[in-house]
Design a protein around this ligand. Structure first.
Ligand code: GLY
Length: 291
């Protein structure tokens, strides 16, 4: 961004670093399904206000691409970008997505190349602890997460969001989470762009990222993020977090999980690591709001 790069390149570069790091649940090191396999989801979205029109009637050009259930690329976010740039579609899955990878020159790998030692150990531990038949019940507020995402705005005012994940611990084969679902795991619009992490089923129901972005303008990004996470908590009781940037470069981040690792970059401050405290939200009565 310092060198004039665009927001799309910035979010993809950031997410690729995290996908390549086995500490995160995306790309190499993704969590495994109950069948012991990696199935990853990722998406990218960008928005640009068209010149000459301002205010509420401004027209916005949006572009998006995503992939679900992929296991033959080390960087699913590159495949999501290829869907956006090389097809007329927004979301592709499985074998069709892998064919796009071949055609677009996205590097392929073997499914087993994505499995880290830690992921395999966690998978074994979860099967022992829960029993394979009960593993689906583990997909709830306390599941291991670690989805990665990035949001950016560039000098042209283009905003972009990217999200990538291996899903959640104990998921059934074929389960698709929020990360590649536009409006849920990511969203970009005239006001800004957002990316989410946490319990995918709840994030989809709450349309967390669209909810966050639609609050921009009336609210600062920080308040928009906090209100959107509070609404998800109220409706579902699940754990989630969101990062958001508005088109003026103001940032917001909020979560109701145990932790959400966050870092930010701007030309004045450089790269900074942030400790984002958990939102203080009312406890829900037993039996309300789960999932
Ligand atoms: N947020 C990642 C997932 O639920 O798949």
């Amino acid at each position: 961004l310092r060198g004039g790069g665009n927001a799309l390149e910035a979010v993809i570069a950031a997410v690729m670093v995290l996908e390549d790091d086995a500490l995160f649940n995306a790309g190499y090191g993704s969590v495994l399904t109950t069948a012991g396999r990696v199935e990853m989801d990722a998406a990218v979205m960008m928005a640009r206000r068209l010149r000459g029109i301002s205010g509420a009637s401004a027209r916005v050009e949006v572009r998006a691409g995503g992939v679900v259930l992929v296991n033959r690329v080390r960087n699913p976010i590159l495949l999501a970008r290829a869907v956006m740039e090389h097809t007329a579609h927004v979301l592709m899955g499985g074998a069709g997505a892998h064919r796009i990878a071949r055609a677009a020159g996205v590097p392929l790998c073997r499914p087993e190349d994505l499995v880290s030692l830690r992921a395999r150990q966690r998978w074994k531990a979860s099967l022992v602890a829960l029993g394979a038949a009960k593993a689906a019940a583990h997909i709830d507020g306390d599941a291991h997460h670690g989805t990665v995402g990035a949001v950016a705005v560039d000098a042209q005012g283009v905003v972009a969001a990217a999200t990538s994940t291996g899903g959640v611990t104990g998921k059934r084969p074929g389960r698709i989470g929020d990360s590649a679902i536009i409006g849920a795991g990511l969203f970009a619009g005239g006001g800004g762009a957002a990316s989410a992490t946490g319990a995918g089923e709840a994030i989809i129901k709450a349309a967390l990222c669209r909810d966050t972005v639609m609050r921009l303008g009336r609210l600062s990004p920080q308040v928009a993020a906090a209100r959107a996470v509070a609404r998800l908590h109220q409706a579902t009781g699940a754990q989630a977090g969101v990062i958001v940037v508005d088109r003026n470069g103001r940032l917001g981040y909020a979560h109701n999980a145990d932790a959400m690792e966050t870092a930010l970059f701007d030309p004045a401050g450089g790269i900074r690591y942030l400790v984002v405290p958990q939102l203080k939200l009312p406890r829900l009565r037993a039996g309300t709001g789960r999932r």
